[in-house]
Design a protein around this ligand. Structure first.
Ligand code: SAH
Length: 217
């Protein structure tokens, strides 16, 4: 990319961060993460011109790149502090959410059940020089045992009920955020794992694609 183009892109990212922060309060780290990640890298060819709007966009395989505002809300639900070292995301999709997390957390683990999507996302991470995202092609409902426990877990696809292995793989005092289906609606739910069990908080309405069983090549 020429110096001129990269300056323009940096301005677009910053404008996006400004727009998100007019809706939700972004701390400095999260603002800087949005300002640093070029969303257009994750958007499909015909939609590059819409990359810096607050919309979700279709990607391949009938899936969606989440709206940046939803990415911000899910990230805020995780209450990421300095002591947070690892996160597991279920539903890598385009990889944009994982890229934002990679600016905030030392180790990001992300699982995707559609192989071509994961291959695309990995290319994007490489293009952006991101090296702290570890990817796995699998049904994420099982989690990723090898690196557990995680300080945070994020579901980027909706569930009726959070799969039990994910709670098992969450560290003590860890937070899991998930879009949970309740009747015809979905809400962001925050689960905190304490010594005495799981504490649950319902945040706000959201819209995600549902979690599906098995893998697809
Ligand atoms: N995080 C993405 C948005 C993901 S859309 C972004 O930032 O753009 C939800 C993703 O979850 C889809 O890619 C879908 O294939 C994936 N998914 C659904 N069920 C899954 C499962 N059981 N395991 C892993 N990924 C799953």
């Amino acid at each position: 990319m020429s110096e001129f183009n990269s300056k323009i892109t940096a301005q677009k990212c910053q404008k996006l961060a400004d727009e998100i922060s007019s809706w939700v309060p972004l701390d400095e780290n999260l603002y800087n993460a949005f300002a640093a990640v070029e969303r257009e890298i994750f958007t499909p060819k015909g939609f590059k011109h819409q990359a810096y709007k607050l919309d979700s966009l279709p990607i391949s395989q009938d899936q969606w790149i989440s709206s940046p505002l939803m990415v911000a809300k899910m990230t805020l639900a995780l209450e990421i502090s300095k002591s947070v070292d690892s996160i597991l995301e279920i539903g890598c999709g385009s990889g944009y959410q994982a890229a934002i997390l990679s600016k905030l957390i030392r180790r990001v683990f992300t699982v995707e059940r559609i192989e071509p999507l994961l291959l695309e996302a990995k290319k994007c991470f490489k293009t952006l020089g991101i090296s702290n995202i570890h990817t796995r092609f699998d049904d994420g409902q099982k989690g990723w045992r090898d690196y557990a426990p995680y300080d945070r877990i994020l579901l980027s696809a909706s569930v009726k009920k959070v799969p039990e292995p994910l709670f098992e793989q969450l560290g003590e005092n860890g937070i899991l955020a998930a879009p949970v289906e309740t009747g015809s609606k979905q809400v962001i739910m925050q689960f905190i794992k304490t010594k005495n069990g799981i504490r649950v908080k319902t945040l706000e309405e959201c819209l995600f694609v549902p979690i599906l069983d098995g893998i697809s090549r």
